[in-house]
Design a binder for this molecule. Structure first.
Ligand code: DAH
Length: 339
């Protein structure tokens, strides 16, 4: 028996000397020391066959083999674990002095920037933001806005009709009707969104953005309108911006006006930027026509209101000194990355 044990020790030592991974080690553990099938546990069975006198001594010898093997395996296991850990550390090593990989970052579109700015300014004055539909019906886009059937704005050349009743909205003003028929006055709303017109050249795009604002309350006057819009322009262009209101005509406001800001380039003398005018038109506005209010079931003896509509592209162009409208829609990243 002792010979056999020496033999087993020799085999274990030999086999373990070649082991390099923990899975190989486990295989050998199974072969020699684990469970009933292991060679060393197998020796215990032979113990039963030995004579009564031999048995205690034999038991001791086998036990000492067991302890020796457990030790031997434990040492090897510690070695292998350490080697494997070192290998993993090496592989996962990070050189924190290496420059980081650049993650490309998006930017906000100039139109989104001015839209967010406007929303911010008006939110500060108590306006809520509404987004109404881009496909409108004839009633909301025209009729309810006091735009009679013969009005040139209805000409098929300006409007993208979908069928006789539906069209892509030509302005955000139908949002006024949607608000007036769903929200109980008094209220203040801001309606930003895309609008569509059959126009396409250096200064017109078939799709562009507007922002509509309206206020309805008791005793609202043109003075409120002027005050609000002047506040807006000063926040956008600076405290010293000079403005003027010019009489104009819109079917859905009475009286109507356009608001101009004095040209920032020439200070009002006239230059290419303002086409020699000294002024740049930035929006249309007015007191909401009583016919519009009454059509929406508002009692005009109690309530009055004002509204304005402005184009965002032109605002963005002025703000960021963009020379050509088409740049705004081409989405060339070299252009967009500048904002
Ligand atoms: N809807 C007009 C347009 O697209 C702009 C406008 C003018 C809106 C006067 C208004 C307003 O709310 O009161 O040209």
């Amino acid at each position: 028996m002792e010979e056999k044990i020496e033999e087993i020790k020799g085999e274990i030592a030999l086999e373990l000397s070649e082991v390099k991974t923990s899975s190989e080690l486990f295989r050998l553990k199974a072969k020699y020391i684990l469970g009933k099938a292991g060679i060393i546990p197998g020796l215990m069975k032979e113990l039963g066959k030995a004579s009564k006198e031999d048995r205690p001594k034999l038991g001791m010898v086998i036990n000492s083999l067991k302890e020796w093997a457990a030790d031997y395996f434990a040492k090897k296991e510690a070695e292998i674990n350490e080697a494997e850990r070192n290998y993993r550390y090496k592989k996962e090593e990070i050189d924190i002095t290496m420059p980081a990989k650049r993650v490309p970052q998006g930017t906000y579109h100039p139109v989104s920037i001015v839209k967010a700015e406007l929303i911010d300014i008006f939110a500060g004055m108590g306006f809520r933001v509404l987004e109404t539909r881009e496909i409108e019906d004839d009633f909301h886009n025209f009729t309810a806005l006091n735009t009679p059937k013969e009005h040139p704005a209805r000409d098929k050349q300006d409007t993208f009709y979908i069928n006789d009743d539906f069209m892509l909205r030509t302005h955000t003003s139908p949002g006024q009707i949607r608000s007036l028929t769903t929200i109980k006055p008094p209220f203040k709303v801001l309606i930003p969104g895309r609008v569509y017109r059959a126009d396409d050249d250096a200064t017109h795009s078939p799709m562009f953005h507007q922002i509509e604002g309206m206020v309805i309350d008791k005793g609202v006057t043109m003075a409120d309108l002027k005050g609000t819009l002047n506040t807006l322009v000063r926040k956008l262009y600076g405290e010293n911006t000079v403005t003027r209101f010019r009489p104009h005509h819109f079917p859905f406001t009475e009286p109507s006006c356009e608001m101009d800001v004095q040209c920032h380039k020439c200070g009002g003398k006239g230059c290419p930027t303002c086409k020699g005018e000294g002024w740049i038109e930035i929006l249309g506005a007015g007191m909401i026509h009583p016919k519009v209010l009454e059509g929406c079931g508002i009692d005009t003896d109690v309530y009055s209101g004002w509204a304005f509509g402005m184009g965002l592209e032109r605002l963005a162009m002025r703000r960021f000194k963009i020379s050509d409208l088409r740049l705004i829609f081409e989405n060339d990243v070299r252009f967009l990355q500048q904002f």
